[in-house]
Design a binder for this molecule. Structure first.
Ligand SMILES: Nc1ncnc2c1ncn2[C@@H]1O[C@H](COP(=O)(O)OP(=O)(O)OP(=O)(O)O)[C@@H](O)[C@H]1O
Ligand SMILES: [Mg+2]
Length: 250
C-alpha cells in the first residue's frame, strides 16, 4: 500500500485534477484506491460527484475522533472517498492543545487501508495544520508543477518543509508531475528542465497537457475516463498511472 500526498501550497496547479484522474486511472488498471479530500473547499469530492458537506466527513475524524472507516464512501467500483465535510477549515483555526495535533490523520489512518493499493491525499493550497497532517501520514509526496515561473519559487519553500520533517526523523520522498502543460510555450519547457536538473529521476515521465476536457469534467462530477475517455487528458493520466506504478521518470 502506497500513501501519497498530492501537495503544493500554490493554488490552481492541478492537485485536485491529478488526484481524481490519477486515482481513476489506477482503478482502471485493477488497483484498489482510496482518495482523501483534505481541502475544506471539497473540490475533490465535488469532482467525483459527491456532496462534500456530507457527514460524517474528514472534519469529524480530525475534530471529533470519529473512526475514519465510518466516513469512507465507495464512489466507483474499486474507488473510495473520504469527503472533507463542512467543518474541516476549523482545524486550522482551532487552538487545540497537545502535540498530537499534527498526527491526527496519521493516527486515524493507522492500519485502516491495508486492503488498498493506493491512498491519495488531496491537499489544500496552504501550508498549515492540514498539510502537516498530510505529511505525517505519508512518506511520499507528488508535487504538481504548472509551468510558470512562480511555481519554482514556491517549490523551494515546500522542499524546505520536507527537510524540516526529515530533521524530525520523518523522511518524505518527493515526486513531481508537470501539469497544465502547454507544448507550444517555451516557459513550461524551461521550468521542466529546471525541475529535472534539481531533482534528477524524480519527475514522472508523462507531462499532463493543458486540455479543456480536464477542466470541464468536474462540472459533471465525472473523471476524464467517464467524460471523454478518448481524449488527451485520459491518455495522459493513464500514462501517468503507469509511470507511478513502474517508477518511470523523465
Ligand atoms: N491539464 C489541465 N488542463 C486544463 N485545465 C486544467 C488542467 N489541470 C487543471 N485544470 C483546471 O485548472 C484549475 C485548477 O486545477 P485544480 O483545481 O486541479 O488545481 P488545485 O491545485 O487543486 O487547486 P487548489 O489549489 O485551489 O486546490 C481547475 O479549473 C481545473 O479544472
Ligand atoms: Mg484542489
Amino acid at each position: 500500500m502506497r500513501t501519497i500526498a498530492i501537495i503544493n501550497q500554490k493554488g490552481g496547479v492541478g492537485k485536485t485534477t491529478t488526484t481524481a484522474n490519477l486515482a481513476h486511472a489506477l482503478v482502471l488498471n485493477q488497483h484498489k484506491v482510496t482518495v482523501i479530500d483534505l481541502d475544506p473547499q471539497g473540490h475533490l469530492s465535488t469532482s467525483l460527484g459527491i456532496d462534500y458537506l456530507q457527514q460524517p466527513g474528514l472534519d469529524s475524524v480530525l475534530l471529533h475522533e470519529t473512526p475514519i472507516e465510518d466516513c469512507i464512501k465507495q464512489v466507483r467500483p474499486g474507488l473510495s472517498l473520504v469527503p472533507s465535510g463542512s467543518q474541516l477549515g476549523d482545524l486550522e483555526n482551532m487552538a487545540m492543545r497537545g502535540v498530537k495535533r499534527g498526527t491526527r490523520l496519521r493516527d486515524a489512518m493507522a492500519d485502516k487501508f491495508q486492503d488498498q493499493d493506493y491512498v491519495l491525499i488531496d491537499c489544500p493550497p496552504a501550508s498549515g495544520l492540514l498539510v502537516v497532517n498530510a505529511l505525517f501520514s505519508t512518506h511520499e509526496a507528488l508535487i504538481p508543477i504548472a509551468g510558470d515561473y512562480l511555481s519554482l519559487q514556491g517549490l523551494s519553500y515546500l522542499i524546505g518543509t520536507f527537510k524540516n520533517f526529515e530533521k524530525l526523523g520523518h523522511k518524505i520522498n518527493e515526486l513531481f508531475v508537470m501539469t497544465r502543460y502547454n507544448t507550444r510555450r517555451r516557459l513550461p519547457q524551461q521550468v521542466m528542465e529546471t525541475v529535472k536538473q534539481y531533482f534528477p529521476k524524480r519527475v514522472l515521465a508523462t507531462r499532463i497537457r493543458e486540455a479543456a476536457a480536464l477542466a470541464e469534467c468536474p462540472g459533471f462530477g465525472k473523471t476524464i475516463f467517464e467524460y471523454r475517455k478518448k481524449s488527451n487528458g485520459a491518455y495522459d493520466y493513464q500514462s501517468l498511472a503507469l509511470d507511478l506504478a513502474n517508477g518511470r521518470m523523465m
